[in-house]
Design a protein. Structure first.
Length: 491
């Protein structure tokens, strides 16, 4: 890995490689099955889970319908509490704002936590180009950074690594980033955690600038919320003199009462816990407590365009619990890197093509990275109908159509490489609209079935290379029904 998603191949190409990695598949299978089994037990404890899920979806939908109002309310509350709000239209603007704010402090090192949005914008790379070193403090993110790797899971970014690999990374790379790993470090979880603790404690005590994301933002008070399991988040949020939080605009919720819903949904769906070990909340600045300066960078980066899509906008409900990844048969086999985005798995397959568009080969391939089994919808705590959005985006890729890009309505041309699919769909539509043509085609297929190839020719080989062609029956259902039931219907 190169530490960047730039230039990654389309999903089928990347998945063809990752599915051949036996160790990767074993790591993913063990981890995802363990997490999802624990989640199922935690959710089963609540008799009102279905109603709680519906309430979360309703709050998110109401917030998205009035997002402009709640964002302005949030800005007023944060400013009144002593913070400063910055608006970033895209990734480049967000990175430039953060780099400028860090330079103004005179510092050249920052500690980071809970920052998927900064993975999305490529902030670490941008800071490095500005001469600023960024140190990840989440344990899994630390593993990824030390290994010059990329996150492959929303909740467990280093899920693709096993204990032996982590031990080797710590031994080889920790010393070049700060405090070296202890001599004779083994792969025992306790020893690995202690090595990370000693390494990170040094960073926390020296850092003057912290960078975070947030799970939620409460509009009525300007409060930001981070939930985590290790305590590194609280260290990063309280010890530095300056705190910069980069948060997607969809993370806002109207009130504390609304927040209560999500603080029940998120931990059970993500870590299978009744509540998170650490829930940190902060509102602006306070004398003698926490950072002296607080900056909130509100990130759009395609979210407003996504909001304009009445079908696709439900992806903005996502609370980043990762439940959909843990039940997805495609993710389990292909791994997160194949998605070429900070957001892997089913949610990434619908969110990334909306945030980035479908112009690239990679982004156009993501809506097809699914079997449409529907397991992702069943476990989503905010009831995002991921299969519905996948089909919607596939139609956009094949047919083109009206979309909004950077606030401007435009018409997309159909993606290249789908001409045969469009022709096949038009032919199927014509046949289904003309029963006589459909009947003749079925009879012809039945009578020539012994001549049918096992694989499709031409463009169809991409489909039949990975699945068997179903055998054509000698007699169609229509003919069977007429032969066996026709006389009864005539009586």
């Amino acid at each position: 890995m190169s530490g960047t998603y730039l230039g990654m191949p389309a999903f089928p190409t990347a998945a063809a490689s990752s599915t051949q990695d036996g160790r990767l598949r074993a790591n993913l299978r063990y981890a995802t099955h363990t997490i999802r089994d624990k989640r199922a037990k935690a959710v089963a404890e609540l008799d009102d889970w279905a109603r709680l899920r519906a309430a979360g979806a309703a709050v998110k939908d109401r917030t998205l319908r009035h997002l402009d109002h709640y964002l302005e309310q949030l800005e007023e509350a944060v400013t009144a509490a002593g913070g400063q709000v910055h608006w970033a239209a895209d990734a480049a603007e967000a990175n430039a704002i953060v780099a400028r704010l860090v330079r103004e402090t005179g510092e050249r090192e920052v500690v980071k936590v809970k920052s998927m949005a900064t993975q999305e914008t490529g902030l670490n790379r941008a800071l490095a180009e500005a001469g600023i070193s960024a140190y990840e403090t989440d344990l899994a993110e630390l593993i990824v950074q030390l290994g010059d790797d990329l996150p492959s899971h929303i909740l467990v970014p280093a899920i693709h690594r096993n204990r032996g690999e982590i031990r080797d990374i710590f031994r080889e790379r920790m010393g070049s980033w700060g405090r070296a790993a202890p001599e004779g470090l083994s792969d025992a979880p306790g020893e690995l955690a202690e090595a990370a603790r000693l390494h990170l404690r040094e960073k926390f005590l020296n850092a003057k600038v912290g960078i975070s994301g947030a799970n939620f933002m409460v509009a009525e008070t300007g409060t930001l919320v981070v939930v985590e399991s290790e305590g590194n988040g609280r260290m990063c949020l309280t010890l530095p003199e300056t705190l910069i939080s980069v948060v997607g605009i969809e993370k806002v919720v109207p009130t504390w009462q609304d927040l209560e819903i999500f603080l029940q949904l998120l931990p059970r769906s993500s870590t299978a816990e009744r509540m998170n070990p650490y829930t940190s909340m902060w509102t602006g600045t306070a004398d003698g407590d926490g950072p002296r300066a607080f900056h909130l960078v509100l990130l759009d980066n395609g979210r407003t365009d996504t909001l304009a899509d009445t079908v696709g906008r439900q992806a903005l409900r996502c609370i980043r619990c990762s439940a959909c990844l843990n039940v997805c048969p495609v993710y389990e086999r292909a791994g997160g890197h194949a998605y070429g985005s900070a957001y892997p798995g089913p949610i990434g397959a619908i969110l990334t093509p909306q945030l980035r568009g479908t112009a690239s080969e990679l982004d156009a391939s993501l809506p097809y990275a699914s079997s449409l089994c529907g397991a992702c919808y069943e476990v989503c705590p905010v009831a995002i109908d991921i299969p519905e959005v996948l089909v919607h985006l596939r139609e956009r890729v094949v047919q083109g159509g009206k979309v909004t890009r950077r606030g401007v309505k435009t018409v997309l041309k159909p993606a290249k490489g789908h001409a045969a699919e469009r022709a096949a769909m038009r032919a199927a539509g014509f046949a289904f609209a003309h029963p006589g043509v459909l009947r003749a085609g079925q009879r012809l297929a039945g009578r020539t079935r012994r001549l049918h190839p096992r694989r499709l020719p031409g463009p169809g080989h991409a489909w039949s290379d990975t699945r068997d062609l179903p055998p054509v029956p000698a007699e169609s259902f229509r003919d069977w029904w007429r032969r066996t039931r026709g006389e009864e219907q005539g009586k």
